[in-house]
Design a protein around this ligand. Structure first.
Ligand SMILES: [Zn+2]
Length: 251
C-alpha cells in the first residue's frame, strides 16, 4: 500500500549502515514513524527530502507493517535556521515539543501550522528569538488543551490587575491581593507589556502570532512564564532546550 503525504521531519535517528528512522509530523495522521532505507548512501535520491526540519512531500509504502519512504521531495527548507546554530537549537526544541504533543494517527493541523510558522519566523522574521520561543510555547499549550486564563484576575475578575502574577500550575492570572486565594504553588510576575504579549498569543489571530512587541524585562517575564507553564503541564524537561540554553549563558 502506498500513500502520499506532506510531512515535517521532526527527528532522524541513524540506523544500520545507511538507513535513518524518521519521526514525521503530518496533517492528517499526526505523528508517524517511517524508515528511509539507504538515505545516507552517497547520491541517495531520498537524502535531501529526509533532512531534519525539512517540509517535504513523501511517498510512503507499507513494508512489513511499517512505513518506509519511497520518494521524498523538498517543499520548503528553512535555510536561515540550519545556517545558524542557535536558531537550529531552538528549532530542534520546537520539534521535540511538537513530537511530545502530537499523537499517532490523530490529525494535528494546528500544531503542524504552529510549528511551520515558528520555523518560518526563525528563518525570515527579524524578531528576538525569545519572543518566537514564548509565542510557540504558549500557543502550543493552547492547542494541547491547556489554554491559560488571562482575560482577568481568576479570583476577583478585574481586567487589568495591579501587580499581576501568573500561577503556573493553575494556569491563571491573578492580582497581588488575590494571590492567596489561587492556592499553593509558584506564581511569576506578568505585568504590563508582558501580559499584553501573552494575551496576544493566546487570544489573537494565529496568523499574526508574532506581531507584538516585548523587550527587556517584559520579554524576560513572558519567556519565563511561557517556558515554566509548558514544562509544568507536560511534566518533563527537554534535552534540546538544555542545548539551546548553552547559547544564552553569559548574555
Ligand atoms: Zn484579583
Amino acid at each position: 500500500m502506498h500513500t502520499t503525504t506532506k510531512a515535517l521531519i521532526l527527528r532522524g535517528v541513524d540506523y544500520k549502515e545507511t538507513d535513518r528512522i524518521l519521526t514525521l509530523l503530518t496533517q492528517e495522521q499526526g505523528k508517524l514513524t517511517a524508515s528511509a532505507r539507504g538515505c545516507r548512501k552517497r547520491g541517495s535520491p531520498l537524502a535531501a527530502g529526509c533532512q531534519l526540519l525539512c517540509w517535504s512531500e513523501l511517498v510512503l509504502y507499507d513494508y512489513q507493517g511499517r512505513w518506509s519512504v519511497k520518494e521524498a521531495s523538498i517543499l520548503r527548507e528553512f535555510r536561515g535556521v540550519s545556517a545558524d546554530v542557535e536558531k537550529l537549537a531552538l528549532a530542534c526544541y520546537f520539534a521535540e515539543v511538537a513530537e511530545v504533543l502530537a499523537v499517532e494517527g490523530e490529525p494535528c493541523g494546528e500544531l503542524l501550522s504552529l510549528t511551520l510558522n515558528s520555523l518560518h519566523a526563525l528563518d525570515k522574521l527579524n524578531k528576538p528569538l525569545a519572543l518566537i520561543k514564548a509565542a510557540f510555547e504558549l500557543k502550543a499549550m493552547c492547542l494541547a488543551g491547556y489554554e491559560p486564563l488571562l482575560d482577568g484576575c481568576a479570583v476577583c475578575g478585574v481586567e487589568q490587575p495591579e501587580n499581576p502574577g501568573f500561577h503556573i500550575r493553575e494556569g491563571v492570572l491573578h492580582c497581588a491581593r488575590c494571590r492567596d486565594e489561587v492556592g499553593e504553588g509558584i506564581s511569576m510576575p506578568l505585568s504590563g507589556e508582558a501580559l499584553e504579549g501573552a494575551r496576544h498569543i493566546v487570544y489573537g489571530d494565529p496568523k499574526r502570532l508574532f506581531s507584538f512587541r516585548a523587550e527587556g524585562e517584559s520579554l524576560e517575564q513572558l519567556g519565563n512564564v511561557a517556558e515554566a507553564y509548558l514544562h509544568a503541564q507536560v511534566e518533563r524537561g527537554f534535552h534540546t532546550l538544555d542545548f539551546y540554553k548553552q547559547f544564552q549563558i553569559g548574555r
